[in-house]
Design a binder for this molecule. Structure first.
Ligand SMILES: O=C[C@H](O)[C@H](O)[C@H](O)COP(=O)(O)O
Length: 223
Protein backbone atom coordinates (compact mmCIF):
# COMPACT_ATOMS: atom_id res chain seq x y z
CA UNK A 1 0.00 0.00 0.00
CA UNK A 2 1.17 3.53 -0.69
CA UNK A 3 1.57 6.06 2.12
CA UNK A 4 -1.47 7.86 0.73
CA UNK A 5 -3.55 4.68 0.94
CA UNK A 6 -2.42 4.12 4.54
CA UNK A 7 -3.52 7.66 5.39
CA UNK A 8 -6.94 7.01 3.84
CA UNK A 9 -7.22 3.79 5.84
CA UNK A 10 -6.58 5.45 9.21
CA UNK A 11 -8.64 8.50 8.31
CA UNK A 12 -11.62 6.23 7.75
CA UNK A 13 -10.85 4.08 10.81
CA UNK A 14 -11.05 7.17 13.03
CA UNK A 15 -14.79 7.43 12.30
CA UNK A 16 -15.37 4.76 14.97
CA UNK A 17 -14.34 7.36 17.58
CA UNK A 18 -16.83 9.97 16.34
CA UNK A 19 -19.64 10.32 18.86
CA UNK A 20 -23.01 11.01 17.18
CA UNK A 21 -24.59 14.30 18.24
CA UNK A 22 -21.22 15.75 19.31
CA UNK A 23 -18.81 18.43 18.13
CA UNK A 24 -15.56 16.83 16.96
CA UNK A 25 -12.07 18.29 17.43
CA UNK A 26 -10.29 18.21 14.08
CA UNK A 27 -6.54 18.52 13.51
CA UNK A 28 -4.53 19.48 10.46
CA UNK A 29 -2.49 17.82 7.72
CA UNK A 30 -2.62 15.34 4.88
CA UNK A 31 -3.76 12.47 7.14
CA UNK A 32 -6.46 14.56 8.78
CA UNK A 33 -7.67 15.60 5.34
CA UNK A 34 -8.58 11.94 4.78
CA UNK A 35 -10.44 11.96 8.10
CA UNK A 36 -12.32 15.13 7.14
CA UNK A 37 -13.34 13.54 3.84
CA UNK A 38 -14.59 10.47 5.72
CA UNK A 39 -16.34 12.64 8.34
CA UNK A 40 -18.36 14.26 5.57
CA UNK A 41 -20.11 10.91 5.04
CA UNK A 42 -21.62 11.22 8.52
CA UNK A 43 -22.03 14.99 8.70
CA UNK A 44 -25.77 14.63 9.39
CA UNK A 45 -24.99 12.70 12.58
CA UNK A 46 -22.70 15.29 14.19
CA UNK A 47 -23.19 18.89 15.30
CA UNK A 48 -19.97 20.01 13.68
CA UNK A 49 -16.28 20.52 14.40
CA UNK A 50 -13.76 22.71 16.17
CA UNK A 51 -10.87 23.16 13.77
CA UNK A 52 -7.16 23.61 14.44
CA UNK A 53 -6.27 25.63 11.32
CA UNK A 54 -7.55 27.83 8.56
CA UNK A 55 -6.82 25.02 6.08
CA UNK A 56 -8.92 22.46 7.97
CA UNK A 57 -11.70 25.00 8.50
CA UNK A 58 -11.87 25.63 4.76
CA UNK A 59 -11.99 21.90 4.01
CA UNK A 60 -14.67 21.24 6.64
CA UNK A 61 -16.86 24.08 5.43
CA UNK A 62 -16.44 23.08 1.79
CA UNK A 63 -17.80 19.64 2.70
CA UNK A 64 -20.76 21.12 4.57
CA UNK A 65 -19.53 20.47 8.13
CA UNK A 66 -20.27 23.41 10.48
CA UNK A 67 -17.22 24.83 12.27
CA UNK A 68 -17.52 26.23 15.79
CA UNK A 69 -15.22 28.68 17.55
CA UNK A 70 -13.38 26.93 20.41
CA UNK A 71 -14.72 29.55 22.82
CA UNK A 72 -18.34 28.78 21.90
CA UNK A 73 -18.14 25.17 23.06
CA UNK A 74 -17.09 23.28 26.19
CA UNK A 75 -15.03 20.14 26.48
CA UNK A 76 -14.91 17.97 23.36
CA UNK A 77 -15.26 14.20 23.55
CA UNK A 78 -12.61 13.49 20.95
CA UNK A 79 -9.83 15.18 18.99
CA UNK A 80 -8.50 13.50 15.85
CA UNK A 81 -5.14 14.60 14.48
CA UNK A 82 -2.01 13.34 12.77
CA UNK A 83 1.60 13.49 13.96
CA UNK A 84 5.10 13.82 12.57
CA UNK A 85 6.41 11.33 15.14
CA UNK A 86 4.79 9.24 17.87
CA UNK A 87 6.68 7.23 20.47
CA UNK A 88 5.69 4.14 22.46
CA UNK A 89 3.95 6.20 25.15
CA UNK A 90 1.78 8.38 22.89
CA UNK A 91 4.10 11.39 23.03
CA UNK A 92 4.29 13.15 19.69
CA UNK A 93 6.16 15.71 17.65
CA UNK A 94 3.75 17.86 15.65
CA UNK A 95 3.78 21.04 13.63
CA UNK A 96 5.17 19.96 10.28
CA UNK A 97 2.22 21.84 8.83
CA UNK A 98 2.76 24.84 11.16
CA UNK A 99 -0.57 24.30 12.94
CA UNK A 100 0.86 23.16 16.29
CA UNK A 101 -0.46 25.98 18.50
CA UNK A 102 -4.11 25.64 17.60
CA UNK A 103 -3.69 21.86 17.58
CA UNK A 104 -2.46 21.92 21.17
CA UNK A 105 -5.33 24.22 22.17
CA UNK A 106 -8.00 21.93 20.71
CA UNK A 107 -6.24 18.85 22.09
CA UNK A 108 -6.27 20.43 25.57
CA UNK A 109 -10.01 21.03 25.22
CA UNK A 110 -10.65 17.35 24.39
CA UNK A 111 -11.06 14.29 26.59
CA UNK A 112 -9.42 11.90 24.15
CA UNK A 113 -6.69 12.43 21.54
CA UNK A 114 -6.90 9.93 18.68
CA UNK A 115 -3.73 10.09 16.60
CA UNK A 116 -3.94 8.84 13.02
CA UNK A 117 -0.66 8.06 11.31
CA UNK A 118 0.99 5.82 8.78
CA UNK A 119 3.57 3.42 10.15
CA UNK A 120 6.51 5.67 9.17
CA UNK A 121 5.59 8.04 12.03
CA UNK A 122 6.16 5.46 14.79
CA UNK A 123 9.55 5.98 16.52
CA UNK A 124 11.48 4.68 19.52
CA UNK A 125 12.40 8.18 20.71
CA UNK A 126 11.34 11.62 19.51
CA UNK A 127 13.83 13.87 17.77
CA UNK A 128 14.65 12.63 14.27
CA UNK A 129 11.97 14.85 12.73
CA UNK A 130 13.04 18.52 13.00
CA UNK A 131 11.14 19.90 15.98
CA UNK A 132 8.74 22.74 15.04
CA UNK A 133 8.53 25.60 17.53
CA UNK A 134 6.20 28.56 16.99
CA UNK A 135 7.89 31.76 18.16
CA UNK A 136 7.26 35.49 18.43
CA UNK A 137 9.49 36.86 15.63
CA UNK A 138 11.49 39.29 17.83
CA UNK A 139 12.62 36.36 20.02
CA UNK A 140 13.75 33.98 17.28
CA UNK A 141 17.49 34.78 17.41
CA UNK A 142 17.67 34.32 21.19
CA UNK A 143 15.62 31.12 21.08
CA UNK A 144 17.94 29.84 18.34
CA UNK A 145 20.87 30.42 20.73
CA UNK A 146 19.04 28.65 23.56
CA UNK A 147 18.55 25.59 21.37
CA UNK A 148 22.23 25.72 20.31
CA UNK A 149 23.16 25.56 24.01
CA UNK A 150 21.32 22.24 24.23
CA UNK A 151 22.89 20.90 21.03
CA UNK A 152 20.11 21.78 18.59
CA UNK A 153 20.32 23.70 15.33
CA UNK A 154 17.29 25.90 14.73
CA UNK A 155 16.41 27.30 11.33
CA UNK A 156 13.64 29.72 10.46
CA UNK A 157 11.00 28.05 8.31
CA UNK A 158 10.57 29.80 4.97
CA UNK A 159 7.76 29.85 2.45
CA UNK A 160 8.34 31.22 -1.03
CA UNK A 161 11.65 32.71 0.13
CA UNK A 162 10.17 34.65 3.09
CA UNK A 163 9.58 33.61 6.72
CA UNK A 164 6.48 31.46 6.95
CA UNK A 165 3.72 33.24 8.88
CA UNK A 166 1.44 30.97 10.90
CA UNK A 167 -2.34 31.29 11.29
CA UNK A 168 -1.47 33.21 14.47
CA UNK A 169 0.83 35.68 12.70
CA UNK A 170 4.04 34.19 14.16
CA UNK A 171 7.12 32.32 12.86
CA UNK A 172 8.30 28.71 13.03
CA UNK A 173 11.77 27.47 13.97
CA UNK A 174 12.65 23.89 12.96
CA UNK A 175 15.20 22.41 15.34
CA UNK A 176 17.49 19.55 14.30
CA UNK A 177 19.90 17.47 16.37
CA UNK A 178 17.87 17.24 19.59
CA UNK A 179 17.67 14.07 21.68
CA UNK A 180 14.38 14.27 23.54
CA UNK A 181 14.77 11.66 26.26
CA UNK A 182 12.17 13.14 28.64
CA UNK A 183 9.40 14.68 26.50
CA UNK A 184 7.36 15.95 29.47
CA UNK A 185 10.30 17.79 31.03
CA UNK A 186 11.50 19.05 27.65
CA UNK A 187 8.08 20.44 26.75
CA UNK A 188 7.74 22.17 30.13
CA UNK A 189 11.19 23.71 29.90
CA UNK A 190 11.00 25.07 26.36
CA UNK A 191 7.42 26.31 26.88
CA UNK A 192 8.62 28.77 29.48
CA UNK A 193 11.30 30.42 27.34
CA UNK A 194 10.16 33.99 26.66
CA UNK A 195 8.93 34.29 23.07
CA UNK A 196 8.05 30.63 22.63
CA UNK A 197 4.38 30.39 21.67
CA UNK A 198 4.24 26.59 21.44
CA UNK A 199 6.79 23.80 21.27
CA UNK A 200 5.88 20.94 18.94
CA UNK A 201 6.37 18.23 21.59
CA UNK A 202 2.94 16.95 22.63
CA UNK A 203 3.63 15.13 25.89
CA UNK A 204 1.24 16.96 28.21
CA UNK A 205 -1.37 16.66 25.44
CA UNK A 206 -0.35 13.16 24.36
CA UNK A 207 -2.43 10.67 22.40
CA UNK A 208 -4.58 8.14 24.25
CA UNK A 209 -5.07 6.13 21.07
CA UNK A 210 -3.02 5.79 17.89
CA UNK A 211 -4.50 4.27 14.76
CA UNK A 212 -1.40 3.23 12.87
CA UNK A 213 -1.68 2.38 9.19
CA UNK A 214 0.42 -0.68 8.36
CA UNK A 215 0.65 -3.17 5.49
CA UNK A 216 -1.31 -5.57 7.70
CA UNK A 217 -4.10 -3.03 8.28
CA UNK A 218 -4.91 -0.59 11.07
CA UNK A 219 -3.10 -1.26 14.33
CA UNK A 220 -4.80 0.25 17.39
CA UNK A 221 -2.31 1.34 20.06
CA UNK A 222 -3.54 2.66 23.39
CA UNK A 223 -1.58 4.61 26.01
O1 LIG B 1 1.07 21.20 11.83
C1 LIG B 1 0.74 20.11 11.36
C2 LIG B 1 0.34 18.95 12.12
O2 LIG B 1 0.97 18.79 13.36
C3 LIG B 1 0.18 17.63 11.38
O3 LIG B 1 -0.76 16.90 12.10
C4 LIG B 1 1.45 16.84 11.23
O4 LIG B 1 2.43 17.62 10.62
C5 LIG B 1 1.22 15.56 10.40
O5 LIG B 1 0.84 15.91 9.12
P1 LIG B 1 0.64 14.84 7.97
O6 LIG B 1 -0.56 14.05 8.32
O7 LIG B 1 0.46 15.67 6.72
O8 LIG B 1 1.90 14.03 7.90
Amino acid sequence: MTQNELKTLVGQAALQYVVPGEIIGVGTGSTVNKFIDALATMKDQIKGAVSSSVASTERLLALGIPVFDANEVGELAVYVDGADEIDGRGHMVKGGGAALTREKIVAAQSRQFVCIADASKKVEALGAFPLPVEVIPMASARITRQFAAMGGTATLRLKDGAPLVTDNGQHILDVRGLHITDPLAFESEVNQWPGVVTVGVFAHQKAQVCLLGTEQGVLTLTY
